[in-house]
Design a protein around this ligand. Structure first.
Ligand code: GAL
Length: 679
């Protein structure tokens, strides 16, 4: 998989954004290129929603505008990440192929007038998307300006779960391949419950509206199928692009951390370069920790290699309830936070603010007010900063702590019919990740389908609420702990297999031996209720009646002081082989979670990246194969801070000997002493 650094002979960080010239008259295009040069833009994602521009009617193609724009960009030295426009079929497509429209879970066919209004399983959709990809690839596949391909946009974002007859038929074929015959399906789905035994394939439906709850194993299979179907749309186009544009990486932009329905862990190996979109949650004053989670997950999906931030925003978005603007300096900090965590660039939605349509109140690199605006000034500064730190392109980031992440768990834990709706998969994972972030430690977020060999690189592995446990993951974790690793497991873990069937024996079936304990009962709390442990930590949402298993079992570190499990164990540890497996039987309040994680880090021998890191001071190291390393220091606080390090600070070109001072909200990138080339 080529990293972004392989786009040219000189390593560089990508800088640019989505470019939609079809929204503008020709005279704006030249001005755009002038401004791109002014800001140092070197990459644009071109024509993501341009289907009706280049194919205004079925099989009538007009590439004159696209030809001109690509030539202008090329002349201006701006490389092109050329998009296939398959995210938004034009109105002629809906008129021509009414059966290809997206159908929701109530059976309503949703019309065009937005985007992604198609059924991902529709052969007509895939054929027409393939035709336009083919025309683009043949025309521009060898064009010197085109350095990368961008398939569709945030594939599946609105339309993963289509309920039309074509999808139902495709689901049945997928099930046949997975389960073989109806006996296999009946067994896997546990259809003896509520008399759901199937006697013919024609009876098998996509889970849609039903009077009561739907079979959970059926739901899980549908989610897997749906993720595979949208991935298949990508693969169809990717293969066409590879054929006519060999050597150019093909990607599609993920939404790691914020989108639930695409199994990006399975998608990662399908793209030549992992690219990600990230938008801050405006309501969260600590949204930069969510950013770090998304970036760390992107890196995990990319198996540790460099990835690329394809979209973020220069300031406010327009789709949240309250769209707060970024404060001065925040966009630079956000951009460098992604780059610190392995992105080989910082790109935006979008280049020029639209003057019409749904997203005209969304910020852009060129705001409506043009060059006099604060945002434009900050864009120009960012371009200059990225040129100064371009040497980091291609280097990588490695944490000493890993958190396992798994989309099937995300789906399974939150399907309903569980002890409490208040225990949520992603919320829990992000809370644990945030607690690590607050200690100034980097946490790799990696797919749970992992080998013991990969785990052996980490001092501490986190497994928050891992409800669905596969034999492979359990084997890897067991070997890791026996070899001396430290593991911390959250509540409601290790309970079911991939068909949502309880693992045999007492809970937690799959992790009982490793944890040395048995859970007799889950005891969730009433909404808003809290509980206390005898060591002073406080929890919410959840308690369990748990006990150590025999004399070789876990030992109790702390007990519930009150709540439904009062007097019983709340925190346990089990020495297994040379390592340690710890279990937490509640969902901790933030400050308590922080204390718990701090203790686990300490015990595993993990310290912060540099003295001064933590408490709002983000410090991350990138390392190159030749031994050079860079320390990214991002001060999210309102005070001046100091971090201990030495080398050359690249933004100011000053030598740092032992102590780096970073102003409130400011950033620094230090090429560390000892690095080859360090002065
Ligand atoms: C992304 C999407 C872009 C734009 C942006 C607005 O999710 O890919 O096309 O809609 O959001 O924030």
């Amino acid at each position: 998989m080529p990293g972004a650094a392989s786009w040219g002979s000189v390593p560089r960080l990508a800088f640019g954004g989505d470019y939609n010239p079809d929204q503008w008259d020709r005279d704006v295009w030249r001005e755009d290129v002038r401004l791109m040069q002014r800001a140092g833009v070197n990459l644009v994602s071109l024509g993501i929603f341009s289907w009706s521009w280049i194919e205004p009617d079925q099989d009538r193609f007009d590439f004159s505008g696209m030809d001109e724009v690509i030539a202008l960009l090329h002349e201006g030295g701006v490389s092109v990440d050329l998009a296939t426009p398959s995210a938004s079929p034009p109105p002629w497509f809906s008129e021509e192929y009414p059966d290809a429209q997206f159908v929701d879970h109530l059976g309503r066919s949703l019309g065009h007038g937005s985007r992604q209004g198609f059924c991902p399983s529709s052969p007509d959709y895939r054929r027409r998307a393939g035709v336009v990809a083919d025309r683009l690839a043949r025309r521009y596949g060898e064009h010197p300006a085109v350095v990368m391909w961008h398939v569709g946009n945030e594939i599946g974002g609105y339309n993963t779960h289509c309920h039309c007859p074509t999808s139902a038929e495709a689901f049945r074929s997928w099930l046949r391949a997975r389960h073989g015959d109806l006996d296999g399906l009946n067994r896997a789905w546990g259809t003896a419950f509520w008399s759901q035994r199937y006697s013919a394939w024609s009876q098998v439906r996509i889970p849609g509206a039903t009077p009561g709850r739907t079979n959970p194993a059926q739901q899980l299979d549908y989610y897997r199928f749906a993720s595979d179907e949208v991935l298949a749309c990508y693969r169809t186009e990717r293969d066409i692009l590879h054929l006519h544009s060999p050597g150019r990486p093909v990607t599609t932009n993920f939404m790691a951390g914020s989108f639930k329905w695409a199994d990006y862990c399975a998608w990662g190996p399908e793209v030549d370069l992992v690219t990600n979109d990230h938008y801050l949650v405006a309501a969260d004053p600590e949204a930069h920790t969510g950013l770090a989670f998304s970036a760390d997950l992107s890196r995990g999906i990319a198996a540790g290699r460099p990835w690329l931030l394809m979209e973020h925003s220069t300031s406010a978005v327009q789709w949240q309830p309250r769209n707060t603007a970024k404060r001065p300096g925040e966009m630079l900090r956000n951009s460098l936070a992604h780059i610190a965590r392995g992105s080989d660039g910082a790109c935006f939605f979008q280049w020029r603010q639209s003057d019409s349509g749904v997203e005209k109140w969304h910020s852009a690199m060129v705001p409506q007010g043009g060059e006099s605006t604060r945002i434009w000034q900050e864009v120009v500064r960012l371009g200059a900063v990225l040129r100064r730190i371009g040497e980091v392109a291609g280097s990588t980031v490695t944490g000493e702590v890993a958190m396992l992440w798994d989309y099937e768990n995300y789906w399974a834990l939150e399907m309903g019919g569980r002890p409490s709706v208040d225990l949520e998969y992603a919320t829990e994972a992000e809370a644990w990740h945030r607690a690590v972030w607050q200690q100034g430690v980097v946490c790799d977020v990696i797919p749970s389908d992992v080998s013991a060999d990969v785990l052996s690189r980490y001092r501490l592995v986190l497994l928050p609420s891992h409800y669905l446990a596969t034999p492979g993951t359990v084997r890897a974790l067991t070997a890791y702990v026996h070899d001396g690793g430290h593991l911390l497991v959250g509540p409601f873990s290790g309970l079911v297999d991939r068909d949502d069937r309880l693992h045999p024996g007492p809970h937690p079936g799959a992790l009982r031996d490793l944890l040395g304990l048995t859970v007799d009962e889950f005891l969730p709390l009433r909404e808003g209720a809290a509980l206390t442990l005898d060591n002073g930590l406080t929890g919410r949402v959840w308690a369990e009646a748990v006990h150590p298993d025999g004399t070789d079992g876990a030992v109790v570190d702390a007990r519930f002081a009150d709540g439904p499990a009062a007097g019983g164990p709340a925190l346990l540890r089990h020495s297994a082989g040379a390592g340690l497996a710890r279990y937490a039987a509640t969902r901790f309040e933030d400050s308590s979670l922080r204390a718990l994680i701090a203790g686990a880090l300490d015990e595993a021998g993990v310290g912060s990246t540099a003295p001064g890191a933590g408490d709002g001071v983000e410090v991350v190291r990138r390392t190159a194969e030749d031994g050079r390393s860079w320390l990214f220091v991002l001060n999210h606080t309102d005070d001046t801070v100091e971090v201990a390090c030495g080398g050359v600070e690249l933004l100011s070109n000053t030598t740092i000997t032992g102590r780096l001072t970073v102003g409130a909200g400011d950033v620094a990138v230090v090429r560390e002493s000892g690095s080859p080339d360090a002065s």
